[in-house]
Design a protein around this ligand. Structure first.
Ligand code: MAN
Length: 365
């Protein structure tokens, strides 16, 4: 049975089955890591399967409780003290622009000053992939000079018995991507910054291709060019080179403004399937897929002309930052792809989609 629908223009859309239990995890399910903080979001989780459990490595965003509207209290990791500090900004005369809830912009300099919350990584574990128990303590907390504003959007790639975690590290130096590794999801070892600013959305392929490891990454050019997906290779997962541009925005389509890799690429008979996110000119974040050649992943074989999953449900449309679906990981069970995805920068949701339907929905233009 197929649920591919074809509209009058011949465009095919794939049947997506959101979990009826959505949202799976919300800020209410998470205790803040300290009592004077509040949880704003638990979203954009990396996915791993470990000892018969589905793990969601959540990005948890917290901020200090804000007792007074004239003041803005922002969290910053203090590297020298090895402690979280709370800085108080005076906003009596509207000195700061907080119209984008994600950041605090100085009206004096016209520039970004702080993130409004600090993100760290926290583990949720499940036997059935639907009901999750959240660990009491953070799994990874900011710890280095490149992480003082937080760590975000982890992706987990299993290579043999090691799990490599790429994550966004944010600091006054910019937005970079760092790597860490764990074997047991108890202890984790940092391997440092692997892509300097500005870069995000790094996913590592789960096996060597030829003699090299491969990764997708998303630099953000300052003046010329745009936020698009690149591919690089590496002999050791730490040193990356042979950078080439892979996938660009498409004017007038769902991926017209910016795009970035989402889930860890999945090996299929037809090629590497990458579920990626993109924003359009209206700022809507949706998910689609691209198929890359198995032997030479620098070759794009086909791509979604329409999103596989776009914000529709109230929990996707409304939240801390609405109209956003954003994935950092999937799990495959036979032909069914389970997409775990962050909604509205607030919570986690899941959806099932047939892998063969996804593959046959991709088009070569
Ligand atoms: C950023 C991403 C995500 C976030 C979206 C929407 O580009 O890195 O962290 O979900 O924007 O706010």
């Amino acid at each position: 049975m197929t649920s591919i629908k074809t509209d009058r223009k011949g465009n095919r859309s794939v049947g997506v089955h959101r979990f009826s239990e959505n949202p799976l995890l919300t800020p209410r399910d998470i205790e803040p890591h300290r009592r004077d903080f509040e949880v704003l979001g638990a979203f954009n989780a990396g996915v791993a399967i470990y000892q018969n459990e589905i793990l969601l490595l959540l990005r948890v965003a917290e901020r200090p409780v804000q007792p007074d509207q004239r003041l803005i209290r922002v969290p910053v990791w203090d590297v020298a003290r090895e402690a979280l500090s709370v800085e108080t900004l005076h906003n009596e005369h509207g000195e700061y622009d907080v119209s984008d809830p994600r950041s605090v912009v100085s009206k004096v300099t016209g520039r970004f000053a702080y993130l409004s919350s600090l993100s760290y990584l926290r583990m949720a574990r499940s036997r059935d992939g639907i009901h999750f128990t959240v660990d009491a303590d953070p799994f990874m907390f900011p710890a280095t000079a490149y992480e003082t504003f937080g760590i975000e959007d982890p992706r987990i790639t299993q290579i043999e018995d090691e799990y490599f975690i790429t994550y966004t590290s944010v600091s006054p130096f910019g937005v970079s991507v760092s790597l860490a590794v764990t074997r047991d999801f108890q202890t984790v070892r940092r391997l440092g910054v692997i892509f300097p600013p500005e870069n995000k959305d790094v996913v590592i392929f789960p096996e060597k291709i030829g003699n090299q490891y491969f990764a997708l990454h998303r630099p953000v050019p300052g003046e010329i060019g745009g936020p698009e997906i690149w591919i690089a290779d590496s002999p050791d997962l730490v040193h990356w080179g042979n950078h080439t541009h892979l996938l660009g925005v498409r004017s007038g389509r769902w991926d017209s403004r910016r795009l970035g890799a989402g889930a860890v690429p999945l090996r299929t008979k037809a090629g590497w399937l990458e579920v990626y996110h993109a924003a359009d000119k209206q700022g809507r974040y949706a998910l689609g897929a691209v198929l890359l050649d198995l032997v030479d992943p620098r070759q794009v074989l086909a791509r979604s002309s329409h999103p596989l999953l776009a914000p529709e449900m109230p929990y996707e449309l409304n939240g801390f930052y609405g109209n956003v679906v954003f994935t950092c990981g999937t799990a495959i069970k036979e032909d069914i792809l389970h997409i775990y995805y962050g909604v509205a920068d607030s919570a986690m949701a899941g959806a099932k989609i047939s892998l063969s339907e996804v593959l046959s929905s991709l088009s070569t233009i």
